[in-house]
Design a protein around this ligand. Sequence first.
Ligand code: MN3
Length: 201
Amino acid sequence: MAFKLPDLPYAKDALEPHMSARTLEFHHGKHHAGYVDKLNAAIEGTDLADKSLEDIIRATENDASKSGVFNNAAQVWNHTFFWNSMSPNGGGKPSGDIADRIGQSFEGGYDGFRTAFADAAKGQFGSGWAWLVAKGGKLEIRKTPNAHTPVTESGVTPLLTLDVWEHAYYLDYQNKRPDFIEAYLDHLVNWDFAAENLAKI
Ligand code: MN3
């Protein structure tokens, strides 16, 4: 069964002015759609065709002969997770259980989290992703290059992500990745989604 491009969880202009409808037209409608199409073409007629997206990602991560499948499958997963990591009502500090966990996990509490997340997002050289993940009851930060994803890391549950490929911010912020990261943290980050992911563990 072929994978489908999921709808955005909000209108294309719902994240303006922090992320433009034009960015989402390209990023969701062209980039994410392209990963879905290439994944479907790559797995058609193979023994991966009836596997879940997560199983395809895990099965191909360390197989150089399947890097095309891995890259497209992981990018499909990462982008769907990224759209849900943002909300028109997002941004700012979390509350409730996730706020408590951040307080327990990062020196300096929310400010410590914010610095660590922004540093990971800024420090990812070239294309990649910054993540908030849960591991063994604590929250941690990850950065991953290109399509790589903590989905394959044992005992780790992704809670939030930020796409730091240039295609995520170039139309709105040009080369100013730090401004994009600030906008995500101040206005877009979806703590309700992070809380849902944490509650499923
Ligand atoms: Mn992207």
